[in-house]
Design a protein. Sequence first.
Length: 271
Amino acid sequence: MTTAHPIALTIAGSDCSGGAGLQADLKTFQSFAVHGLSAVTSIVAETPLEVRQIEPVEIPLLQAQLNILLETYPIGAAKTGLLPSRMCIIAVSEVAETLKKRGIPIVVDPVMIASTGASLIDGDTSSILTNRLLPLSALVTPNIPEAEVLLNRKITTEADLETAARDIAGQFQVSCLVKGGHLPGDSDRLDVLWHQGEAHPFRHPYANIPGGIHGTGCTLSSAITAGLALGHSMEKAVPDAIEYVQGLIQSAHTWKHSGKNNGMSVRCLGW
Ligand code: PXL
């Protein structure tokens, strides 16, 4: 099969509320004019306010999705999102080995906690993520709580962001983008990319939205993946993706919930 259109694959969970997970990834691929493939790792019953149930997909079914996609499509880049169990990470790592051998870059968004604060993964998955999957990836995109788990130390200042990105990159032989959105204060925010031995800082305005906006992490990592599928360098794909997400934050919209969360409002990324 040949195609003029670049193709990107997301290996991620389904967010039935459409703001995060594979739904966010596919929407993002589409807006970069990249054809999106998805292998579903888990089904999450949630909204931006509440995670109600997480059901991992059976491993043979996950493998069947990945195998048929890898057999059929000339994938340009891939990303991982929610990988809810050790078995899931092992299955995805096997595929990541094949992708790496074919020279296809993988972006790992080390999803651990939903924007509600609810844990999305089994207790002991972070060690297998770091030992098996990270070394196979081209880029890892932790926020501060995730970077703290990866490094097993606290990140409290802007200066810590660069050393965290450098240390994660060195430890796992990947590029690393640490997202500084969780630092306290109401001034600008800093994200730091460590790529091929150099720090690339990206500053952007602080969006004062309590609890953040559901889906920004997924959207950022899929926008980077789309850029890589388009053949862009890491140094271009990352700032382009940050700018894209900043634009969606500016055009965010609000809904009021009914039912259990009656009257509570949720902010969602715009388009
Ligand atoms: O935003 C992290 C995330 C990733 N993937 C899925 C999710 C969430 C957050 O809720 O549901 C499927």
